[in-house]
Design a binder for this molecule. Structure first.
Ligand code: ADP
Ligand code: GN1
Ligand code: MG
Length: 366
């Protein structure tokens, strides 16, 4: 679908003249554009996004969360790290009517962020220092929000990381088999069903009050943190659509899923897929360097397990979407969601084989 980005950008308080807009990034959910404007003879870039309102039922509430959370982070940076205030958090550019979004005539929801220059995201981690930097940034994000009242945030997607519900939905999709795809995914379905007992572990502990609910990001994959081109530091945590009350372990877990991966999320050659212990050690070190003080002993115990659990959960979601006809995650070729599910399950198997070493690494660092 082609949108008239120039006229959408004009709805926002963007100074200067619109010059161009081009699709940007590799996110699976929103439509993202890099916009160039010229103001006072200078080229200035912005991120323009169409929020996926099929997935996010109330984008106005979602934007309210983002404005509040980025305001909180900005205030923290002002005292702890003033040099980082411009690039250390997303900056929402308001619409001309003062709202944090613009709704077009067709009912689409648009927003504009200041473009964070001199940094980029990576889909696959390049080295140990990136793993450290990414995890340190996510830990710091959690720490900066540790005094934010979690219950006042809207739940932008209900039960987002409730793994047992994700499994129940998969079972429904298998039962319905609306696209006759279940037979071709027999091995993947069996892999999940053999691990059913894992799926309830964190939700049971949370239900008993043994794990506390915090403000969490809930989508801490490696390409949701900008890495500084010059210093290699994790400069800004982005993609804040799912910031809401949650368990810190799911955030650490999703760092493990994506930041220790030796191959792309949709790699077809499973011989290349696996979890790198070396990257896990760097990531655990980075996360603990900023989040150690937050964690309870039980949370620290469960860090290695959380990586395996969320990788299983995201695999379940990719597999469900494949069976339901590829309606949730963006796909660029047939079978891509099944390939993504397969890589997740190969990652789970790799973590199962290396769990004892992962536990030793965390025991040494905590
Ligand atoms: P999605 O929800 O679809 O994943 P994201 O918000 O993660 O969308 O944005 C997609 C990509 O756009 C990111 O991975 C990143 O590369 C880029 N991006 C997003 N926000 C910014 C920003 N403020 N500055 C620079 N690049 C950004
Ligand atoms: C989606 O938006 P993006 O691409 O950063 C998804 C995450 C998944 C991830 C898998 C709102 O993240 O939950 O873990 O894909 N986001 C949403 O790559 O569902
Ligand atoms: Mg993203």
């Amino acid at each position: 679908m082609a949108y008239d980005c120039a006229s959408i950008v004009r709805q926002f308080t963007v100074p200067g003249a619109f010059r161009s807009a081009a699709p940007y990034g590799t996110g699976h959910i929103n439509d993202t554009y890099c916009v160039e404007c010229v103001a006072a003879g200078r080229l200035v870039r912005y991120i323009l996004q169409r929020v996926n309102h099929r997935i996010f039922a109330a984008p106005d509430r979602l934007m309210q969360n983002i404005v509040r959370v980025t305001g909180h982070v900005r205030a923290k940076l002002a005292t702890a790290s003033p040099a980082n205030i411009e690039r250390g958090t997303l900056t929402v550019v308001p619409a001309r009517d003062g709202k944090a979004y613009h709704r077009d005539e067709a009912g689409n929801w648009w927003r504009v962020y200041v473009f964070i220059e001199g940094a980029r995201t990576y889909d696959v981690v390049q080295n140990r220092s990136q793993a450290f930097a990414a995890a340190r940034a996510f830990g710091a994000f959690q720490a900066m929000l540790s005094d934010f009242p979690a219950a006042t945030l809207h739940e932008t997607i209900p039960a987002f990381h409730h793994t047992p519900s994700r499994l129940a939905r998969l079972k429904e999709a298998i039962g319905a088999d609306a696209h006759n795809r279940a037979a071709g995914a027999g091995a993947e379905i069996a892999f999940v069903l053999a691990r059913e007992e894992m799926t309830t572990r964190l939700t049971t502990l949370a239900g008993r009050g043994e794990l506390c609910v915090r403000v969490t990001h809930n989508d801490t994959k490696i390409n949701n943190v900008m890495i500084d081109d010059a210093t290699g530091d994790g400069v800004c945590v982005i993609d804040l659509d799912t910031v809401m009350p949650g368990l810190s372990l799911y955030d650490f877990g999703d760092c493990v899923r994506t930041t220790t991966a030796l191959a792309a999320e949709d790699e077809r050659d499973l011989a290349r897929v696996g979890m790198s212990l070396d990257l896990f050690a760097a990531l655990a070190d980075g996360y603990l360097s900023s989040a150690r003080a937050l964690l309870s002993p039980l949370e620290a115990d469960l860090l290695p397990f959380s990586g395996m659990l969320i990788t299983l959960e995201i695999g379940i979601r990719f597999l469900t979407d494949y069976l339901e006809g590829d309606v949730y995650f963006k796909t660029h070729r047939p079978g891509q969601n099944l390939d993504r599910a397969r890589t997740q399950f190969a990652m789970v198997a790799s973590m199962e084989r290396q769990m004892a070493q992962m536990e030793m690494i965390v025991a040494r660092l905590r």
